[in-house]
Write a protein that binds this ligand. Structure first.
Ligand code: ADP
Length: 509
């Protein structure tokens, strides 16, 4: 008998559902032991908290099994929570928003179904990690590169569904999705875009649908379980240049953001530059992070044929390089040199995954370190970026909290991602960090900003910020939820979207 049961569901129903799931999948694919499930808690919630505990976990290996799982869950009204690798740490990891949900762990669905070198895409199942995709592309001759995020252990699908970003010109991962296969809450199967037609050869090459495009409905959503997708890749360039600009102070920050935006808009630079605060170079020329300092570094990259990259870099020298106090540096890789030794920045901008940023030696509590990321998004103007940076900094200062931050620039918007480290074994500290986060959400909302993604505990609060038209967008999502998932079995509460039976009273302002 399970001891962890979702609100409003009878323990008998949960047990019956687990029994049926076991008959369908086999006992080896169903986990119910409490001690085995502990590993699937949110790693950055208070360690002893059972607030987001699952009742069980299933590990399907095929789309048909995923369909069977949703049908059984529907029959007994038992909520499911899907993850692909569940490495979505700081945004909940593998843990469900609703306590007592059954985890659908897709790590075993980890096949790369296709790599098309001519058309530069791969077709992947949810369990495929950045490491796996990279390895497979190298095996195929290394002609294709995947854009990747900073840590290689997550999945292509999980990250892309959450609007994750990477650092090649294909860094907006949500846009690389082309041709989803999705299991709907009633267990039926949907293919998006051209894939809606049997045998359509443009399934993974043309992203739009005939009629409304529905692929976006499955991102940061609880309307389906994605079982595969086409995912676009870039061709290996003749030359790859990793570049840096260093400078001090807010005035230079504003000028560099404006300069870079121009270079992004005219496509001199096509990747996502990333700014880090607190970067200083000592007298021996070695770089260090000193978050209290006002030194900044921004990294960017160029890709293409040698003469084009040379010309692009000269343009950057003529624009950014002319700004007072801005120092440029670069490293150029070409031919076989592209596989030579490189540091994390150089690797990640050319799609070679690693785990460097989670190196326990670099973290204040070693392997036990938790971090809570706050990621509001705003426009990519120097003024707006500096104002937001100053505001976030002043709130952390008032809270007495140390943090590190990065600003990720696209041609039109800036993602401000600040991270505060803490010890999740310490209940009081963890609670304080989560309360501080709520304050950040409220304070930034006063300037019209909201996070683009958040952790389990703050999903409702962030949803509350999008109040236009009496929360018209959220109510639209709820209508879809009610129509497609009347029993509310898929990821209740994800992104603040609850099924009717669990919906909080709408007094949101
Ligand atoms: P990562 O790839 O970083 O390990 P996760 O697997 O934790 O990411 O996925 C992040 C979030 O995306 C999950 O919490 C879930 O809400 C959603 N998600 C992940 N995989 C799927 C999927 N196959 N279908 C639907 N939603 C998914």
């Amino acid at each position: 008998m399970t001891s962890v049961v979702p609100d409003g569901i009878s323990p008998v129903a949960v047990d019956k559902a687990i029994e049926k799931l076991t008959a369908e999948l086999g006992a080896e694919s169903v986990v119910t032991a409490r001690e085995d499930l502990l590993e699937f808690r949110d790693p950055y919630a208070y360690r002893e908290s059972d607030e987001f505990d699952a009742s069980a976990m299933v590990l399907p290996t095929t789309t048909e099994q995923v369909q069977a799982i949703t049908r059984i869950a529907g029959e007994y009204g038992v909520p499911l929570w899907t993850f692909s690798q569940g490495r979505n740490n700081t945004y909940g990891g593998p843990a469900p928003r609703l306590r007592g949900s059954v985890l659908v762990n897709l790590r075993k669905m980890n096949r790369i179904l296709e790599i098309d070198t001519d058309l530069a895409y791969a077709v992947v199942e949810p369990g495929v990690r950045w490491f796996d995709l990279h390895e497979a592309l190298e095996r195929e001759g290394g002609e294709l590169w995947a854009s990747i995020p900073d840590l290689g252990w997550g999945s292509v699908i999980g990250n892309s569904l959450e609007y994750g970003i990477g650092y090649t010109p294909y860094g907006d991962h949500a846009r690389n999705i082309c041709g989803l296969e999705v299991v709907l809450p009633d267990g039926s199967l949907l293919r998006t875009g051209m894939g809606a037609m049997d045998g359509n050869p443009a399934r993974h090459t043309y992203p739009h649908s005939y009629g409304p495009s529905v692929a976006g409905l499955f991102q940061q959503s609880n309307l389906g379980i994605v079982t595969s997708t086409g995912w676009w890749l870039m061709r290996r360039p003749e030359t790859y240049l990793a570049g840096w600009a260093r400078f001090h102070g807010y005035e230079a920050l504003g000028a560099v953001v404006d300069g870079l935006r121009g270079l992004l808009l005219d496509r001199t630079i096509e990747n996502h530059p990333m700014f880090t605060r607190g970067y200083e170079v000592d007298e021996n020329g070695v770089g260090h992070l000193n978050p209290d300092g006002d030194g900044w570094v921004v990294r960017f990259a160029l890709y293409g044929r040698q003469p084009v990259v040379d010309a692009q870099y000269r343009t950057i020298e003529a624009t950014l390089g002319r700004l007072p106090g801005v120092e440029l540096a670069k490293r150029v890789f070409s031919g076989t040199d592209l596989t030579g030794p490189a540091n994390h920045d150089e690797r990640v901008q050319r799609g070679i995954p690693d785990m460097d940023l989670l190196d326990p030696q670099m973290l204040p509590y070693g392997a036990d370190t938790g971090h809570l990321d706050f990621s509001p998004v705003g426009p990519a103007t120097g003024d707006a970026v500096v104002r937001t940076e100053q505001l976030v900094r002043s709130i952390y200062a008032r809270q007495g909290r140390a943090y590190v931050n990065g600003i990720f620039l696209t041609p039109r918007s800036a993602l401000h991602i600040s991270t505060t480290f803490f010890d999740p074994r310490d209940e009081q500290e963890t609670e304080a960090v989560y309360a501080n986060y709520s304050e950040l959400v409220h304070e930034l909302a006063k300037t019209g900003y909201a996070p683009y993604r958040t952790n389990l505990a703050h999903m409702d609060l962030v949803a509350d910020q999008f109040g236009f038209g009496d929360h018209a967008q959220l109510r639209f999502a709820e209508k879809l939820k009610d129509a497609l998932d009347p029993r509310g079995i898929l990821a209740p509460g994800k992104s603040g979207i609850w099924p009717a039976t669990l919906r909080p009273g709408r007094d949101r302002d």
